[in-house]
Design a protein around this ligand. Structure first.
Ligand SMILES: Cc1ncc(COP(=O)(O)O)c(C=O)c1O
Length: 411
């Protein structure tokens, strides 16, 4: 595609996403809800169809040809993921349903094993509910405490406050890489280093970062790292938990059943080797293969190109929105991904979303599964436009026109 020629041809890229060609409410679709889920290129759709049409079969258990083919493709996709995030070993790549399951897995295995009464887990003030509630449940069960890293009015974490929270009782730090509600990109290398100085492991919620920037988990040195396939232009129902081998080896299994065992008698069960120890039951084979195809696709475009293009689009969108009277951007961190969260005077975000929908523009409104963020900013909800590399300046212009229309209706 385009990366090899050193240019970024968005018109050409859009051709690869069939859903973008449609009209909604009589207007060309402007899809700006990519933080919720992103659209799928034809190659991902084709990979799913090819799997079901030519090789549908269960993995790992069959000697027949289809089963071997399905197993090869399923495991090949794992290798693609390993390469994509630069993990050291395929055994460190565990298939899960998505970020939510990745975090719950760590809470229920590492957490249950290592957290006791009076211990502490640190998260941040800008977490998605899926990086809050699993830890609350664990803390309730164990009599442990959740500590929260605060943020400033721009939506940036206060790292000096974080440093003070780290203690001999801290068992884990679990923070988001890029906030879905604010767009903030957190300084996770510093966050990890500070925790590691005290021997504390770190989990990174990468749901919003993996689709938008190059990732190197070894360079980052995180202990756990989790993301969802459906935000990375892949299918729903598939995601990844990366864990360092030495962490995963020590952890008990998450779910129990087929695949995760080496041998079973009524007296004793021996668990399977990594990564299968954490993959009980028939997995989402098609999803894994689809995720592999999504990775092939973004690799072909080039993650550096994607990041640079989206940054330019964010700057353009920020400029345009900042000029609208009464519009307030929520989330103005210096390091920011392509998310534009805002309020518009007294207009309820749901009304903004409804009027924009009539114009064919899809944004998200509400608390974005981050109610504590809304509380921090003293608002019930925001309207959020979240961008992807197939979005254009013209679509930002359409958003601005749509907001003008909202203002007209409410004037
Ligand atoms: C930052 C963040 N973490 C976690 C999640 C949960 O992802 P999933 O619903 O795919 O498990 C999301 C989804 O929006 C998110 O934005």
């Amino acid at each position: 595609m385009t990366a090899t020629s050193g240019t970024f041809d968005v018109a050409r890229i859009r051709e690869d996403f069939p859903i973008l060609k449609q009209t909604v409410n009589g207007k060309p679709l402007v899809y700006l809800d990519n933080a919720a889920t992103s659209q799928k290129p034809q190659s991902v759709i084709d990979a799913l169809v090819r799997y079901y049409v030519t090789e549908n079969s269960n993995v790992h258990r069959g000697v027949h040809t289809l089963s071997q083919r399905a197993t090869d493709d399923y495991e090949y996709a794992r290798a693609k993921v390993r390469q994509f995030i630069n993990a050291a070993d395929d055994r460190e790549i565990i298939y899960v349903r998505g970020t939510t399951e990745g975090i719950n897995l760590v809470a229920q295995t590492y957490g249950r094993q290592n957290v006791g009464a009076g211990d502490e887990i640190i998260i941040s003030a800008m977490e998605h509910h899926s990086n809050i509630v699993p830890w609350q449940i664990l803390c309730q069960e164990k009599g442990a405490h959740l500590k929260i890293v605060p943020m400033n009015d721009a939506g940036e974490l206060l790292i000096d406050k974080y440093e003070k929270l780290l203690s001999a009782r801290t068992r884990l730090v679990s923070v988001v890489h890029q906030s879905n509600a604010l767009g903030t990109i957190n300084p996770i290398k510093a966050i990890i280093e500070l925790a590691h100085n005290q021997g504390i492991p770190v989990l990174i919620d990468a749901a919003q970062s993996v689709p938008h920037m190059p990732i190197d988990v070894q360079e980052m040195d995180c202990d756990f790292f989790t993301f969802s396939g459906h935000k990375l232009y892949g299918p729903t129902g598939i995601g990844i938990l990366y864990g360092k081998t030495e962490m995963l080896e020590k952890m008990p299994p998450y779910q129990a059943g087929g695949e995760m065992i080496r041998s079973v008698t009524f007296e004793k069960t021996l668990y399977n080797v990594l990564p299968h120890k954490f993959e009980a039951g028939t997995p989402n084979i098609a999803g894994a293969i689809g995720l592999g195809a999504a990775i092939d696709y973004v690799n072909q475009v080039g993650m550096e190109y994607i990041a640079a293009y989206e940054k330019a689009l964010l700057n353009y969108g920020t400029d345009c929105l900042s000029r609208i009277e009464g519009l307030k951007l929520i989330g103005t961190a210096r390091e920011k991904g392509a998310i534009l969260s805002f309020t518009l005077g007294d207009v309820h975000p749901h009304d903004i979303g409804t009027i924009l929908d009539a114009e064919g523009i899809a944004i998200r409104t509400g608390h974005h599964c981050a109610q504590p963020v809304m509380e921090r900013f003293g608002i019930p909800a925001t309207a959020r436009a979240s961008l992807a590399f197939y979005n254009t300046r013209e679509e930002i212009d359409a958003l601005i026109k749509g907001i003008d229309r909202v203002l007209e209706v409410f004037s």
